[in-house]
Design a protein around this ligand. Structure first.
Ligand code: ADP
Ligand code: MG
Length: 321
């Protein structure tokens, strides 16, 4: 679906950002480009939608050279999400989401219905949020709008460049979970850039780990962990957080049918994230396999943490995820 053949990008100042890259992204695949800052991830991504021209080599989309597509057709068919999404401040959320479909000439009712459908997909009630201005949303909510805006015209390809890295840990986890669900539901061909190995391992079908414009290893998350190609990969994997985590199911009550939880955490969650959430909320929802399975009150959570501390460690045996 997306094929790089010996792609090189050399900037005018002589910097070789991408060096004879061979890479194929399969249809429906979620590929994560990972690697340290400056290794060429953003440059690689932006060559796909031609925000950056290649210096040499061939780049194909659906078997056709990317340069042979009319630029607007190419861009409309490729959703693009950035770290700091820029929503248009004077436009409503609905108008922001439907910019591209509107340019494509969709009728008014269809635009409205599409915006509502997309907002629901990421847990934002359209009756509340469609008419709001971006400044009336939190950072996490704005970023959520940025993600669905990229999906608005149902593009074949989704490009995401560190889309969650400016968010607080709770919002970040939530958006990652949303994205995992969208991945299952929509099956878009996605290229996702991150320098965060935890995020890469959580989201990717395959991870392409880059260094100095070259691919160091291209494998599934499991294979990367089990068979790192070299010391660079090993050290990159080693940068993962090995943070204490708890299983919230040990302190869980039934979900409260009357009140939707303001924050939902995965059943197995890092202590840091749990404490952050409890600083703001009296209880948190607990999610497992995409469903809310219960809630944990602040008191129950603290008692769980106290039991854990009494045992002298976390209850996960030191493994992560
Ligand atoms: P990443 O996204 O992995 O951090 P980039 O693709 O942004 O990496 O950058 C790769 C390399 O290219 C870096 O050395 C960076 O400094 C350089 N670079 C990026 N943009 C330009 C530019 N416009 N002109 C010159 N060098 C650039
Ligand atoms: Mg970058």
């Amino acid at each position: 679906m997306i094929r790089f053949e010996q792609i090189t990008k050399q900037y005018p100042d002589g910097t070789v950002a991408v060096d004879h890259l061979d890479l194929e992204v399969q249809k429906g695949e979620f590929l994560v480009l990972a690697g340290p800052s400056g290794c060429g991830k953003t440059t690689t991504l932006k060559m796909i939608n031609r925000l950056i021209p290649t210096s040499s080599g061939s780049l194909y989309i659906d078997g056709k050279p990317a340069v042979d597509y009319p630029l607007d057709q190419l861009r409309w068919n490729i959703g693009y999400v950035l770290q700091q999404i820029a929503l248009f401040p004077h436009m409503t959320i609905e108008e922001n989401i439907t910019v591209v479909p509107e340019m494509k000439g969709w009728p008014k009712e269809k635009l409205k219905a599409r915006a509502a459908e997309l907002l629901r997909m990421v847990g934002l009630d359209p009756d509340i949020y469609a008419a709001r201005k971006p400044s009336e949303l939190s950072g996490g909510q704005q970023q959520r709008v940025g993600v669905v805006r990229a999906l608005a015209a149902d593009p074949d390809i989704l490009l995401m460049d560190e889309p969650f890295s400016a968010l607080d840990p709770v919002s970040r986890e939530k958006l990652q979970d949303d994205l995992l669900r969208l991945k299952e539901e929509l099956g878009k061909t996605t290229v996702f850039v991150t320098h965060d190995m935890d995020e890469a391992l959580k989201l990717a079908d395959r991870i392409c780990l880059m260094r100095e414009g070259k691919v160091v290893q291209l494998s599934t998350p499991e294979d990367l962990l089990l068979n790192p190609a070299d010391d660079f990969v090993r050290s990159f994997i080693g940068k993962r957080k090995e943070e204490p985590a708890v299983d919230l199911r040990a302190a869980m009550e039934k979900p409260d049918a009357e009140n939707e939880p303001a924050v939902v955490l995965p059943a197995f969650v890092e202590v840091r994230i749990l404490l952050n959430a409890l600083a703001e909320h009296d209880s948190v929802g607990v999610e497992s396999a995409g469903k809310i399975v219960g809630r944990v009150s602040r008191g129950a959570a603290f008692r769980l943490l106290a039991r854990m501390a009494g045992k002298g460690g976390t209850d996960d045996g030191g493994t992560h995820g």
